[in-house]
Design a protein around this ligand. Structure first.
Ligand SMILES: Nc1ncnc2c1ncn2[C@@H]1O[C@H](COP(=O)(O)OP(=O)(O)OP(=O)(O)O)[C@@H](O)[C@H]1O
Ligand SMILES: [Mg+2]
Length: 311
């Protein structure tokens, strides 16, 4: 409640301390719910400094009297939710280890940790980022947020739009979201500093698009996926995603084919994995092609491979 009013007034803790004459430490305690029943004088000074009037002022004074000025933030449902996992996720052990290391990484003072996964289309960047975010979720008590930036589409999300969505997902009311990108980015960074969240920015298209979405200092982290290298982004930890190993590619195909693969002698799947260049998307599509071709052949009874093959 106090923090919300302070942010709406665009004041830092220190600025509010100066205007109200209440020490920054006391304010910080109040914001975190550590101060029980502050003096009436303190509360009035704060309400004055925040220019609260009418009902808002009365509610503020009552909650302060009961020591309940702490923000009880609840995440609005359905905004920036992490997509579901694919159930046949295969391989990528080294890459998942890289992500875990990222969480425990020390960053330079004043710079939050940012990971960037790059690779060509269909290589599995989004799938990997989602998997990692699910695995690492317990490390982010403030929540995990996922946003598609449509960087490769003709109309990518603007930084301003992305920030508005993220702020809403972080619980900021529409009327408290600043109009301009700079204001939005500043509120966003202060929320990320106070909470421990992971933000996954999928399909980033350019440096300009993501720069305002990066964290300042604090324990929050951002994970970006992009087809482009985004070479101009400084201070990010990079992972260039490459093809699956032959064993992983074969395992993925076997998983997709399920029982149908049981009759396979192994070598055919190996060859198919090679043909797909061990790329996950190509593997899925190639399997679909094979299954469709087998279906077309089935009525004429021409192919033994087609027998029993269905989607
Ligand atoms: N490790 C994996 N295990 C199983 N399936 C995977 C894996 N990685 C990717 N896939 C599958 O491959 C397809 C493409 O993956 P994904 O969408 O993650 O690629 P991408 O690199 O994000 O592509 P784009 O650049 O187009 O966004 C999806 O169908 C996904 O389910
Ligand atoms: Mg993707």
């Amino acid at each position: 409640m106090l923090r919300g009013h302070r942010r709406a007034a665009r004041l830092t803790l220190e600025q509010l301390a100066e205007v109200s004459g209440v020490s920054a430490r006391t304010l910080s305690d109040m914001e975190r719910g550590r101060s029980k029943g502050p003096q009436h004088r303190t509360v009035t000074a704060l309400a004055d400094a925040l220019a609260l009037e009418g009902d808002a002022r009365q509610q503020f004074v009552e909650l302060a009297r009961d020591g309940r000025l702490r923000d009880h933030w609840r995440r609005p449902a359905g905004l920036c939710e992490l997509p579901r996992l694919v159930d046949d996720f295969t391989g990528r052990a080294a890459e998942l280890a890289w992500m875990s290391e990222l969480v425990y990484a020390e960053s330079a003072p004043g710079v939050g940790v940012v990971g960037l996964i790059t690779g060509s289309g269909g290589m599995g960047k989004t799938t990997l980022a989602i998997r990692a975010a699910h695995v690492l979720r317990p490390n982010f008590p403030g929540g995990v947020f996922f946003l598609d930036l449509y960087g490769m589409s003709p109309s990518p999300a603007t930084a301003a739009d992305a920030l508005r969505l993220l702020l809403r997902a972080l619980g900021v009311a529409d009327e408290q979201i600043p109009e301009d990108v700079v204001g939005r980015a500043s509120v966003y960074r202060s929320l990320l500093r106070d909470r421990q969240v992971l933000v996954v920015l999928d399909n980033a298209g350019s440096e300009e698009q993501v720069r305002p979405l990066l964290p300042g200092d604090g324990a929050s982290q951002v994970l970006i996926t992009a087809r482009r290298l985004l070479a101009g982004l400084e201070g990010v930890r990079r992972l260039g995603l490459e093809s699956l190993s032959l064993a992983e590619g074969t395992q993925l195909l076997a998983g997709i084919l399920g029982q149908r693969a049981a009759a396979d002698q192994g070598s055919a799947l190996n060859q198919l994995a090679g043909l797909c260049e061990r790329m996950p998307l190509a593997s899925r599509n190639r399997v679909l092609d094979v299954v469709r071709a087998a279906r077309r052949l089935r009525p004429t009874g021409l192919s033994a491979a087609g027998r029993g093959a269905g989607p």
